[in-house]
Design a protein around this ligand. Structure first.
Ligand code: SAH
Length: 503
């Protein structure tokens, strides 16, 4: 039963810093006695470029049984045998989570006295668990880890027996997580989600489990789309505990929406997205263009997807035409800045009822996003890796399916007009791509055709005769049901007047 954590580094930031973070020296193999056996920590590789820590749990089946913790589901006739013959020694499970919690206790808390700055740093990380029991299958693994900021989540089913592929898959997956995250956050995710996926607790669920769950879930659980499933499974479906935990999570969510942890908001520069020195900043022009398009569409209930620090949400809130505004972002930090900006704690009841901030990833379908009039994706798509874009398309156009979708993105052709931008550079370090007008139109047309929308294009900012505007915007409008029924809907769309379009 084991997991590995790998990071990469350079001469200045060596990968072996992982040893400081985990409080375990890369040069040594160490063993720790736990109640279920021995936990070994060793480093199969430890260079400045690449460092891997492995946590290997050697289960003592007899110890498990003695503690009455290896029991199968309530007193079945074969329970006695199942106590000895089961997957515990091989599969990662809640026992691995327990070991992780004790062996890496300080790392889990984000403490590092030797190098206090280290835990705050997001590191390029790769976590692998070769055999992970996953009740709910690869799909549930995606739903659980997907919204947590990983660049990639791979859960491949493990065959029952490699020699007999026709036997099909076991209930185990090989999990590989890759992305730039803080190590403490990763350990806390695993601490909670391994037992959730295992869905069979091997220790008595005591009331203090709620505290453990909420502590490990700080900053990510309250806003997770699956927080209910996670809570119920973690607490082994003990409903009284689950209810109490859910109530406390709700409080956490409200407290987080207070934004109490953020200080720098008031002096934060608003328009950091663009290298921009014009009289009316581009970000302001973009907001105005978005507001105008929402008015034209007659939208009242609006989603701001990838709302960032909440500037658009704020503008929407000031406009009484919008009765319900939901800001969604994957970044908890951005959301807490947003809630400070909106002064959610000081809004009157009426105003507060109009606005909600949700944490969630747009690369996953989210039931909470269904049923709105319009969705805005302002400067968001370029932050996703291209291969992830179809997932966002499905989540927004296929599942949430608002009548109007507004998408803005940089026009890369315009970059030659930014004096401060070196040739060939994108505008923001986190942009995964920037498109020409043709590329954007091609993408929008494909998405519109696939999901039964019609796309129109509007320039935002000065429309340069040669290179076009700095920002390009697509306005997608859902075809009325009769039109989507026709296969040629998208071709005929331009000639046919739309009924579904608001005046
Ligand atoms: N809409 C804002 C912010 C744009 S910056 C504006 O126009 O100014 C892009 C935002 O998208 C960031 O806040 C980032 O956290 C968010 N984001 C990136 N990938 C995301 C994803 N998969 N799901 C949700 N939000 C995401």
């Amino acid at each position: 039963m084991f997991l590995t954590i790998t990071t990469t580094g350079t001469a200045e930031n060596p990968a072996t810093d992982l040893g400081f973070l985990l409080h375990k020296h890369p040069g040594k193999a160490q063993g720790f006695a736990t109640s279920h056996g021995t936990a070994h920590v060793l480093y199969p590789e430890a260079t400045a470029e690449r460092c891997t820590a492995a946590l290997l749990l050697e289960i003592d089946p007899v110890a498990l049984v003695r503690q009455g913790q290896g029991k199968g589901r309530g007193g079945a006739p074969d329970a006695a045998l199942a106590q000895y013959v089961n997957d515990r020694p091989y599969a990662a499970s809640s026992l691995l989570a327990v070991a992780l919690g004790s062996v890496f206790r300080s790392a889990l808390k984000g403490q590092c006295t030797a190098r206090p700055e280290l835990p705050e740093r997001a590191l390029p990380l790769r976590v692998e668990i070769p055999v992970l029991p996953a009740r709910g299958g690869p799909e549930l693994v995606q739903r659980l880890f997907g919204p947590l900021g990983w660049a990639s989540v791979a859960a491949d089913p493990v065959r029952l027996d490699e020699r007999f592929p026709e036997w099909g898959d076991s209930r185990y997956v090989r999990l590989v997580l890759e992305g730039e995250l803080r190590l403490a956050d990763v350990l806390r995710q695993l601490y909670v989600l391994l037992p959730v996926l295992d869905d069979a607790k091997h220790y008595w669920v005591a009331p203090d489990e709620i505290d453990k769950l909420l502590r490990a879930g700080e900053g990510w659980l309250a806003g997770h789309p699956e927080h209910q499933l996670i809570t119920a499974r973690y607490l082994a479906r003990r409903w009284s505990l689950t209810r109490e935990a859910m109530a406390r999570l709700e409080l956490t969510r409200l407290a987080e929406a207070d934004g109490s942890e953020v200080e720098e908001i008031d002096n934060a520069v608003d328009e950091t997205q663009d290298t921009e020195e014009r009289p009316v900043p581009l970000a302001v022009q973009r907001r105005e263009a978005v507001l105008a398009a929402l008015h034209t569409a007659g939208a009242q209930r609006v989603l701001d997807l990838g709302c960032g620090q909440g500037q658009l949400v704020q503008a929407l809130l000031k406009d009484t035409a919008f009765t319900e505004i939901v800001g969604v972002d994957v970044s908890m930090r951005a959301l807490s800045i947003a809630s400070r900006r909106l002064r959610l704690d000081r809004l009157g009841e009426r105003q507060a009822a109009r606005v909600t901030l949700l944490q969630g990833s747009l690369a996953y379908t989210d039931k909470r996003l269904a049923g709105y009039d319009a969705a805005v994706l302002s400067e968001v798509i370029e932050h996703l890796d291209l291969p992830r874009l179809p997932a966002l398309e499905y989540a927004v156009f296929g599942a949430a399916r608002p009548r109007t979708v507004l998408v803005t993105t940089p026009n890369v052709e315009y970059n030659v007009r930014w004096e401060s931008l070196p040739a060939g550079r994108v505008r923001h370090h986190d942009h995964r791509f920037e498109w020409t007008r043709e590329e954007f139109r091609g993408w929008a047309a494909t998405v519109a055709a696939r999901y039964g929308y019609e796309a129109e294009f509007r320039p935002v900012g000065p429309d340069d005769p040669e290179v076009g505007p700095p920002t390009q915007m697509a306005v997608f409008t859902l075809n009325s049901p009769t039109e989507t029924a026709t296969e040629t809907a998208t071709e005929t769309a331009t000639e046919t007047p739309k009924e579904g379009r608001a005046a």
